[in-house]
Design a protein around this ligand. Structure first.
Ligand SMILES: [Zn+2]
Length: 278
């Protein structure tokens, strides 16, 4: 995910992205679960049953929650997106997090230390997909974050955190349905224009109507409530598989991103009339 393609200065909500190696999907898919971490140099105390086995199972489970038959498609506010919401919430609760869904359909799972005045660490990724998506895109960042916090819970370390930690599964990054990317994260960053509510999908349903059909308020005020103040957020981290061949070709297991790309979608009308005559 990324905050926006607009020229608005980026919010402090989005600070750091971590790209996870593009080879990870291939490894997870091809290496038997029993020896995957050994090959990666794993040892005792790694909580493989959570960080490896359960994480892989959950990736496969979420990858099957689709609006399409035989392929993965889960767009903003689709029936499958709500089935996925229920599953993700159950995993967040299992990790010891307090959960809620905000007015843009983003799912939040938060651990709040008592009396903490520290800024939160946000971790997350997008839960929507492109059409015929890979099962790791977006899901990896959500499930890895939940698994990491679950390990902290079962080892008793979650309760000792002094900083709030929150996993967010963003409702829309890909923009497949409304051709407007980052609806979910832009709302959290507070840079989503009110006019977005009147944008229509292919069937003529507006964002506002789609939200209301699913019992969201869909008002400018409700959108405003989704925003996190920059003062409340210390940092944002996202694990994402590489969307290109570079790390894999270099055989690098991991890359840390220092900059991010935005997406802009344009409708272009072409004409055969020479530019001179226009
Ligand atoms: Zn993605």
């Amino acid at each position: 995910m990324a905050p926006s393609s607009t020229s608005t200065s980026p919010p402090s909500v989005v600070v750091v992205l971590i790209l996870l190696l593009s080879a990870v999907p291939a490894r997870l898919a091809s290496i038997p679960v029993s020896d995957g971490l050994e090959q990666l140099g794993g040892g005792e105390g790694l909580h493989r049953e959570i960080l490896r086995d359960e994480t892989v199972l959950r990736l496969k489970e979420l990858g099957k929650i689709s609006d399409g038959e035989g392929f993965l498609e889960r767009t903003f506010l689709s029936p499958a997106s709500f089935r996925a919401t229920d599953v993700i919430i159950s995993w967040m609760k299992d990790a010891g997090l307090a959960t809620w869904v905000d007015q843009m359909g983003n799912i939040h799972g938060r651990f709040e230390p008592s009396n903490s005045t520290e800024k939160a660490l946000l971790i997350g990724s997008h839960m929507d997909t492109v059409i015929d998506a890979g099962m790791y895109d977006g899901a990896l960042g959500i499930i890895c974050a939940i698994s990491a916090l679950k390990v902290l819970r079962v080892t008793g370390k979650l309760q000792r955190l002094t900083r709030p930690v929150e996993v967010i599964a963003f409702s829309d990054e890909e923009g497949v349905r409304f051709q407007t990317t980052f609806l979910g994260s832009a709302a959290v960053a507070g840079i989503l224009p009110e006019s977005i509510l009147q944008v229509s999908d292919k069937s003529g349903t507006t964002v506002q109507e789609a939200l209301r059909l699913n019992s969201f308020e869909a008002t400018a005020a409700a959108l405003g409530q989704v925003k996190y103040s920059p003062e409340s957020v210390g940092s944002y981290v996202e694990v994402h598989l590489e969307q290109g061949p570079v790390l894999e070709a270099l055989r690098y297991p991991l890359g840390v991103v220092k900059g991010i790309a935005g997406q802009t979608r344009l409708k272009v009308h072409s004409s055969s009339l020479l530019f001179f005559f226009r």
